[in-house]
Design a protein around this ligand. Structure first.
Ligand code: NAG
Ligand code: NAG
Ligand code: NAG
Length: 821
């Protein structure tokens, strides 16, 4: 019904940009999901200033608590060059000068992060930071990240800090408020524990190292360096808690300790002269099948085992540990992981404990809490479907804190949110507390794909761990995540151009009991499994034909597949594994694809593809974007591409509503333009670009971030991040005048399509005019990976297929591995 028309723009690295890129003021805010969406390994209250507390996350930076229970993000300035600031492995709030905040940041200690870590120093409670570089890597998203805190400020002489490194780098000390650091060479252990020495990626085969540093504040007076310091180390079966009596000059193993398990937390109860320690037999955050809780009486040098449960009731390790500084002897501890999470509380220093819930007679539970997720309704209670218990209280519970100024106020972090409440002492008086999701302001989603459809809801998202959402509001949380089928991670989604309420999504749950393709005819409100998919096929990218009859799927496990009318998916042999794909939004017969430098076209609903052009010589396309009602066309269906000057690298691209009726669609790109890496908009198909992000909004790693543009509202664009949720931006100031003259372009008032390809690596970007539904991701060079080799992950350019007998399984956003099928 429409002529297929395509405009192709190619970006050449070699062409200099005409002038400096100008900027336009944009207002940015999170698309509210609420409730976190990821792991919160640390929550730390300042012991001195009432109400001051911070939370750290593993991939989404750090946050400061507000008086109304909401949280303020502190590291949104982290841009592509500083993406590893979002991995916060430890935090310390200064008990003396409470304006001082220190964060140990860095994402991975293996090759996933090429950069060393740094201590970020703030003197204004996290509003601004100065980095102090470290000569080694820091692993905010590594195993053992919930142990801690590894970073501590001397409570008597606050210019002194200690930091416990990973990877065998040992214990470090600063005497100038974290500006410079030196290794404490007298410290006797750097930690030998390694979660999995056989992991070829280095992710599970690195040493966890020093786990925590705890000053005994009572051992000195203000102004003098604290002599007694306890340090926990990730050693299993050898001494793992050490103490100094002279401010860190000399060290000895704490006598009488039990080194059967790893010490996760060492928390001082000053009034009791006691160190409480939680232990687990794994480093966490996912493991732990045994553990204990111990207390050490500093005056008498005696240890007491105060583990809350024993025998067959003990099938978990312990993580979070809190003391109530207002009520010495009141302590709490969490089961780090267990099929049914658990929290214990004692008011007699661990002699007796009471649980947050218990079995009445299996499977009936007594829950000593009421539960509210009004701030993030999608969280529960069904989200944590732990049949038969149907418990809500969480898992991966490494952080647990009681407000040092308010015995009723407590918070704990889980794999998905922060829970807590304001009536904690009701646990003792009534054995009933109010649990609430208290993570308002924390937006920690790892966003995989975004679609702003032309009609219906404003936005539909595919996210890691929490499935995905239909966003009918940008400021209120969604009521539920994708249901039936429910997958942990939705890898991608797309809509049908002529039936824009019709959606397809693909999941990434290897080994799931459901096929990993689902279809919706109501903009994602409900879904049906596409039984044309085989059970063992997962992940990748998906494209829906314009009339919603055909699904083209560039899977991460089985190459490119196609299915019409939900028939069994069959291989598309004419496309390489890992190809980028997109559907035309008007012509049901047409799909686009790209792999390597080759651009492909199908005019028979995806059955076969023909190479129609080569996009330069050394280009790896990152994205094809198709606009449903673009007004531009080329007459050659993508057989040639035109260079856009000045762009040396681009990761994601999207097409949105035009500035003027009948004008060019706005083009948005995450790109390096003229040496500036950022987020840009062009209203004249690539001649003039304005930068739309600013110094306060860096959005982390550009290569991880999907972009989609609003087709209804000019200027509005959505950016998905890997750890800081979804952002919406809209113009807040006038667009600067163009500096270059737009090329003459053939112009049509008929509906047509625009397809866009951007290069992730090199000299050429192809911007043709088409869809906004695939996330940015470099394209595999094809081929087949050998056993246990890497087969995917952010930035991966190698093979995504595995040798026979092996399946490519995502281990994390940065690494997929060929494991035995
Ligand atoms: C050390 O802890 C383990 C595990 O709790 C326990 O089985 C063992 O008896 C303890 N050893 C001593 C000497 O107390
Ligand atoms: C572009 O492709 C469409 C679909 O096959 C075809 O109908 C049209 O003639 C092509 N246009 C040109 C100029 O090749
Ligand atoms: C999935 O199952 C099919 C049919 O049993 C098989 O041919 C294919 O090799 C399997 N793929 C993977 C990646 O295991």
């Amino acid at each position: 019904m429409h002529n297929f028309k395509l405009l192709a723009l190619v970006v050449s690295a070699t062409s200099p940009l005409a002038g400096a890129v100008s900027t336009q003021s944009y207002s940015w805010s999170n698309v509210k999901v609420g409730g976190g969406g990821g792991f919160v390994p640390g929550i730390v209250f300042n012991p001195t200033e009432k109400g001051l507390a911070y939370a750290r996350t593993d991939i989404g930076g750090a946050y400061r608590l507000n008086a109304d229970d909401s949280w303020t993000p502190l590291l949104d300035f982290a841009d592509n060059a500083r993406w590893n600031y979002w991995g916060v492995d430890a935090l310390a709030t200064d008990p003396v000068n409470t304006n001082n905040l220190y964060l140990a940041t860095g994402m991975y200690t293996n090759s996933f992060d090429p950069n060393n870590g740094q201590i970020l120093i703030s003197n204004d409670q996290g509003n601004t930071f100065t980095p102090s570089p470290l000569p080694f890597k820091v692993g905010g998203n590594m195993p053992g990240r919930g142990m801690g805190e590894r970073l501590a400020v001397d409570p008597n002489l606050n210019s002194v800090l200690f930091f416990g490194a990973r990877s065998g780098h040992g214990l470090w000390k600063s005497t100038n408020s974290a500006k410079t650091w030196t290794q404490v060479t007298s410290f006797p252990s750097t930690g030998t524990y390694i979660p999995d020495p056989t992991d070829p990626t280095g992710y599970n085969s690195d040493k966890i190292g020093i786990a925590w540093v705890t000053f005994d504040s009572t051992s000195a007076s203000s102004g003098k360096a604290t002599p007694r310091i306890f340090v926990g180390v990730a050693n299993l079966g050898s001494n793992n808690i050490f103490v100094s009596q002279d401010g860190g000059s000399t060290w000895a193993a704490v006598p009488g300790q039990n080194d059967t398990f790893l010490p996760h937390k060492g928390v001082l109860s000053p009034a009791e002269n006691t160190l409480y320690v939680s232990y687990s037999n794994g480093a966490g955050p996912y493991d732990g099948t045994l553990g204990s809780v111990q207390k050490y009486n500093i005056a008498t040098s005696t240890w007491t085992d105060i583990t809350p449960v024993s025998g067959s009731d003990l099938y978990f390790g312990f993580g979070g540990l809190a003391v109530d500084l207002q009520k010495p002897g009141t302590i709490m501890v969490t089961a780090l992981n267990s099929p049914d999470g658990q929290i214990f509380r004692s008011t007699d220093s661990g002699s007796t404990w009471s649980p947050l819930w218990e079995w009445i007679s299996y499977p009936t539970m007594a829950k000593f809490y009421t539960y509210s997720t009004s701030l993030a309704p999608w969280i529960g209670p069904s989200t944590v479907d732990l049949t038969p218990g149907d418990l809500q209280i969480g898992w991966m519970m490494e952080s647990l804190s009681i407000d040092p100024h308010d015995s009723n106020h407590w918070l704990y972090g889980t794999g998905e949110t922060i829970y807590g409440g304001h009536d904690l002492t009701s646990w003792d008086s009534k054995h009933l507390v109010t649990l609430e999701s208290l993570a308002d302001g924390i937006e920690e989603m790892s966003v995989q794909s975004l679609v702003a459809p032309p009609t219906g809801p404003l936005l539909i998202s595919a996210v890691g761990d929490d499935g995905g959402f239909v966003h009918t509001s940008l400021t209120s949380p969604p009521s539920q995540e994708f249901q039936t089928p429910k997958w942990s991670t939705t890898a991608d989604l797309d809509y049908a151009g002529n039936f824009p309420a019709d959606f397809v999504r693909v999941g990434n749950d290897a080994g799931s009991a459901t096929q990993q393709v689902a279809l919706s005819t109501n903009s994602g409100s409900s879904w049906n499994i596409d039984f044309g998919a085989a059970l063992n096929v997962t992940g990748g990218k998906v494209a829906y034909s314009a009339n919603a009859d055909t699904v083209l799927w560039s899977s991460s496990t089985n190459g490119v597949l196609v299915s019409q009318f939900t028939s069994a998916f069959t291989a598309v042999s004419s496309l390489p594994s890992g190809s980028l794909i997109a559907s035309d939004k008007r012509n049901n017969n047409v799909f686009y694809a790209a792999s390597g430098a080759n651009f492909y076209l199908s005019t028979n609903i995806g059955k076969t593809f023909t190479k129609v052009s080569t996009i330069g010589s050394s280009t790896t396309p990152a994205k094809i974007a198709v606009h449903p009602t673009g007004l531009f066309h080329s007459t050659n269906n993508g057989t040639t591409f035109t260079a856009i000057s000045g762009i040396t690298q681009a990761w994601a691209i999207a097409l949105g509503a035009s500035a003027t009726t009948g004008g060019y669609p706005a083009v948005y790109a995450a790109a390096n333009i003229g040496g500036t890496i950022g987020y840009f908009r062009s209203d004249d198909q690539g001649t003039n670009w304005v930068q739309i992000n600013d110094a306060a909004h860096g959005f982390g790693s550009a290569s991880s971030n999907p972009i989609t543009a609003d087709l209804r509202v000019y200027g509005r664009v959505f950016i998905g991040t890997n750890g800081r949720g979804i952002w919406v931006g809209a113009p807040a100031g006038a667009a600067p005048p163009p500096t270059s003259t737009a090329p003459t372009t053939s112009h049509s008032s008929t509906s047509s399509t625009i397809s866009t390809i951007s290069s992730s690596t090199s000299s050429i970007h192809t911007t043709s005019t088409t869809s906004s539904s695939s996330t940015s991701s470099p394209t595999s060079t094809g081929g087949v990976q050998s056993a246990f080799g890497q087969c995917g992950g952010s930035g991966w350019l190698g093979p995504t297929a595995c040798v026979s007998g092996y399946t490519c399984v995502a281990q994390n956003p940065f690494y997929s591995q060929c494991v035995p099928s």
